[in-house]
Write a protein that binds this ligand. Structure first.
Ligand code: NAD
Ligand code: ZN
Length: 261
C-alpha cells in the first residue's frame, strides 16, 4: 500500500459524479465474518458445492442448516466496521451514488448506505419453498437449536431457505440489471474486498471500464483483474477506506480555499 495510490484514489473519487462501489466478502472480514476465499476463507473448511448449492440444499436441508447455523450466529451479531462507514460518508458527500454488493450480511444497510443493490440476495430473511411465507432470519436462528431443519410457521414444511442466491439458482434480475446500468454510467468504480471470480459480478468492473470508468481496487491480496485498474491498493478495507475518505476531505477543503481566493 502506498500513499501515492491512496492519494490517487482520493482524487478520482473527489471528482466523481457517478461513482459506484462494488463490494465482496472482504469488506465484512473486519466485522468478523469469514470470507469464502483467501486467508482464513470458509472454503478451506467446507466444500462450496456441498454447502452452497440449491441441489444439495434440496437433497438435505438439515446439512445446509448445520453449517448455516454456525455462520448465521456470527453474521447476525456482526456490526459494520470503519470500511462500511467510510462508504456511507462517500455516498453522503456525493462521491458514490450506489453500493453494489455480493454480500448477504446486510451490514451496508446497517451502516447507513442508502442505495444498496444486493446481487446475491439477503441473509436477513428466510422463505418457505412450499408456501412462500417469509420470516426474519433472526427468528429462525433462535429456534435452530431445537428444530433442525427449521419448519415453516405457516405450512409446517421443513423447506425454509434463506433468501440468498445459492449455486444453481437464478440471480435477482432487477438487481443485476440495475447494477449493470450503474456500471455503464459510472465515471469511477471502487471495488472493495472481492476476488471477483463469481459471475456475473466479475463482469461489472469490466463493463464499467469499457464504458469509460476509472477503476480503483482495494483488496487484501492481489486479484485477477488488478491489471484492469488504474489504482490498486492492497490492504484492509477498514483501514484503507477511512484513509481515502480523509484525503478526499482534505482535497475538498483545499479546493474550497483555492476557489475563494
Ligand atoms: P471472496 O471470499 O471470494 O474474496 C474475498 C476477497 O476479499 C479476497 O480478494 C481477499 O483478498 C479480500 N479481503 C479479505 N479480507 C479483506 C479486508 N480486510 N479488506 C479488504 N479485502 C479483504 O469474496 P467475494 O468475492 O465476495 O465472493 C464470494 C461470495 O461469497 C459472494 O458471492 C458472497 O455472496 C459470498 N459471501 C458473503 C459474505 C458476507 O455476506 N459477508 C461472506 C462470505 C461469502
Ligand atoms: Zn410454508
Amino acid at each position: 500500500m502506498t500513499i501515492a495510490s491512496i492519494e490517487r484514489a482520493a482524487e478520482l473519487l473527489a471528482s466523481a459524479r457517478r461513482g459506484v462501489a462494488l463490494t465482496g466478502a472482504g469488506v465484512s472480514a473486519e466485522s468478523g465474518i469469514p470470507t469464502f476465499r483467501g486467508e482464513g476463507g470458509l472454503w478451506k473448511k467446507y466444500d462450496p458445492i456441498r454447502v452452497s448449492s440449491i441441489d444439495s440444499f434440496l437433497a438435505d436441508p438439515a446439512a445446509y442448516w448445520m453449517v448455516s447455523r454456525e455462520r448465521g450466529r456470527v453474521a447476525l451479531a456482526a456490526k459494520p466496521n470503519p470500511g462500511h462507514l467510510a462508504l456511507v460518508a462517500m455516498e453522503e458527500a456525493g462521491h458514490l451514488i450506489a453500493v453494489l454488493t455480493q454480500n448477504t450480511d446486510g451490514l451496508h444497510q446497517d451502516a447507513g448506505s442508502k442505495r444498496v443493490i444486493e446481487l446475491h440476495g439477503s441473509g436477513r430473511m428466510v422463505q418457505c419453498l412450499d408456501c412462500g411465507a417469509r420470516e426474519p432470519r433472526s427468528e429462525v436462528q433462535a429456534r435452530l437449536d431445537v428444530e433442525m431443519p427449521p419448519r415453516c410457521k405457516v405450512c409446517g414444511h421443513a423447506r425454509l431457505k434463506p433468501t440468498v442466491v445459492l449455486f444453481g439458482e437464478p440471480m435477482p434480475q432487477a438487481a443485476v440489471q440495475e447494477a449493470f446500468e450503474l456500471a455503464r454510467n459510472a465515471d469511477v468504480m471502487l471495488v472493495v474486498g472481492s476476488s471477483l471470480v463469481v459471475y456475473p459480478a466479475a463482469e461489472i468492473p469490466v463493463v464499467a471500464v469499457r464504458s469509460g470508468a476509472r477503476l480503483i481496487v482495494v483488496n487484501a491480496e492481489p486479484a485477477p483483474f488488478d491489471g484492469l485498474a488504474e489504482v490498486v491498493i492492497h490492504g484492509r478495507s477498514g483501514e484503507v477506506l477511512p484513509e481515502i475518505l480523509q484525503l478526499i476531505g482534505a482535497l475538498r477543503s483545499r479546493r474550497r480555499k483555492a476557489s475563494r481566493r
